[in-house]
Design a protein around this ligand. Structure first.
Ligand code: NOJ
Length: 498
């Protein structure tokens, strides 16, 4: 096993950080999908309109405004609830092939349950999808992007095993209402962040801090919920609607800090914990071996009668395995990884000490903003990560469902241009040199929006939104022109060959 790992990482280390890297000038295939993304709570506003009830984010921002850096919220956000046609017009002008957006559960099901379907909520998304269709833009629909109905949060949310049925019932309503016009579904956005943010570090609602314990419980329930929603589509809708269902997983790229065998093993370990935690049950039928072994061993040393990592029954494993029609991945940055001595037992435990490696970003790598201390610009990891996925999950068809960079709102955003160009270049290398089957790439985001705990202080948009203006005027940044050229020419250099 170790020797395979060594071979896997051998060439990346040398190639991927090369200073004389040349941007790939091979045109992307004609069916390659270039798109943009957003999510409901981050852009829609209309928080209490037409029967919408509060989500966990409404509840948190209204009851504990200090939870968000600038004490802001998504009450109005980009006002896309009223301005969606303008958003679609912008996308049309840019020449994107797809738009990834999410549905607000509490706008569609005000109680959280399908006892009452909110027709104006359904109508909003139907109109959006119709507008996209009219403009030849393919919808990629995320069923749940972090905004859980507060009614369900009050019942324990992802810690309640009934979440499996709640998600399944909600997903069925979505497939039924929109499935004739939606061919790409995503059950959850960034499964890991839901659990780590909500129940690990607690930086997302319900803000429970329980690293290495409740975040594993959340993930266990979430995986079963994803599987059930996938099977419902498979059995009840696929034959008629002919779409595909997946889940968005997120991971940074991890690269060994040296050629030492132990750093390569450490790199593999962190990837299994970060990505394999969710991908391995879905692709290979259970949590990664290294994860099961490490958490069980550490739990024992902590004096626990069983592992903090829950176990799937054989029946559950069989239900979860194979619940993918494509691989959807969000990625933003890279880290170097080095092996460290056993970190010892922590009380309370932490997931990072379960992983037991050191990952870091050298000072020489370019920063994004001060607040995003996890995020330096390191596009070379894109190729490494894609190849790792190919190798571990049977060469799936992959779409990058988010990639983008934040700043404080520069209109001359050259940094964003080079970030997108460089990430696309390494992605193209992965397609050509490594045979990774990537079929799409999605910029986060088309417009500046509510960046969760950072409020409106961090800007990711290709378009600026003026949040002081009641009209929420949108203006193209320099990167909007650049991405338009990419979408329309499928080329990231001045001139492409072929
Ligand atoms: C991850 C999330 O999916 C999205 O909601 C967020 O705004 C971006 N990445 C940037 O942090």
């Amino acid at each position: 096993m170790v020797s395979t790992r060594l071979v896997f990482f051998a060439c990346f280390l040398i190639n991927s950080l090369a200073a004389d890297y040349v941007i790939n000038n091979k045109r992307f295939p004609s069916d390659f999908m270039f798109g943009v993304a957003t999510s409901a709570y981050q852009i829609e506003g209309g928080w209490n309109e037409d029967g919408r009830t509060p989500s966990n984010w409404d509840h948190m921002t209204h009851t504990r405004p200090e939870f968000v850096k600038d004490r802001s919220n998504g009450d109005i956000a980009c006002d896309s609830y009223h301005k969606f046609k303008e958003d679609v017009a912008i996308m049309k002008k840019m020449g994107v092939k797809h738009y990834r957006f999410s549905l607000s559960w509490n706008r569609i099901l005000p109680t959280g349950f399908p006892d009452k379907i909110n027709e104006p909520g359904i109508a909003y998304y139907k109109n959006l999808i119709k507008e996209l269709k009219t403009n030849n833009i393919v919808p990629l629909v995320t069923i749940h992007h972090w905004d859980l109905p507060q009614s369900l949060q009050n019942l324990g949310g992802f810690l309640n095993a009934s979440i499996v049925d709640w998600v399944a019932d909600y997903a069925r309503v979505c497939y039924k209402a929109f499935g004739d016009d939606v061919k790409y579904w995503l059950t959850f956005n960034e499964a890991k962040q839901i659990c780590m943010g909500g129940f690990g570090f607690g930086y997302y609602p319900p803000a429970i801090h329980s690293e290495g314990i409740l975040e594993y419980v959340c993930a266990h329930n979430l995986l079963k919920a994803h599987a059930k929603a996938w099977h419902i589509y498979d059995k009840e809708f696929r034959a008629k609607q002919n779409g595909k269902v997946s889940v968005v997983l997120d991971s940074s790229a991890y690269i060994p800090a040296s050629n030492k065998p132990e750093d390569k093993v450490a790199t593999d370990t962190v990837l299994h914990f970060e990505l394999g935690w969710f991908a391995n049950p879905i692709y290979n039928g259970d949590y990664p071996e290294i994860m099961k072994t490490r958490v069980a061993e550490r739990s024992k040393r902590e004096g626990r009668p069983k592992s903090r990592l829950p176990e799937f029954t054989e029946e559950e494993k069989a239900l979860i395995k194979g619940t993918h029609d494509y691989f959807a991945m969000n990625t933003y940055t890279s880290y170097l990884v080095e092996s460290i001595p056993d970190p010892g037992i922590q009380d309370p435990p932490t997931r990072w000490s379960d992983i037991g490696v050191n990952n870091f970003q050298p000072d020489t790598w370019e920063n994004t903003t001060m607040e995003q201390d996890w995020f330096k610009i390191a596009p070379w990891g894109m190729r490494t990560l894609l190849k790792w996925i190919k190798y571990h999950y049977s060469n799936p068809e992959i779409i990058v469902t988010e990639n983008g960079v934040c700043d404080y709102g520069d209109m001359e955003d050259d940094k964003r241009i080079s970030y997108i160009r460089d990430n696309l270049s390494y992605l193209r290398d992965a397609m050509i040199e490594d045979g990774v089957r990537v079929f799409g790439y999605t910029v986060w985001s088309i417009i500046d929006n509510f960046e969760w705990q950072h409020g409106y202080t961090q800007k990711y948009g290709l378009y600026q939104v003026d949040f002081d203006d009641p009209k929420r005027t949108r203006r193209p940044k320099k990167s909007a022109d650049f991405y338009k050229k990419v979408c329309t020419t499928r080329c990231i250099t001045d001139k492409c060959v072929v």
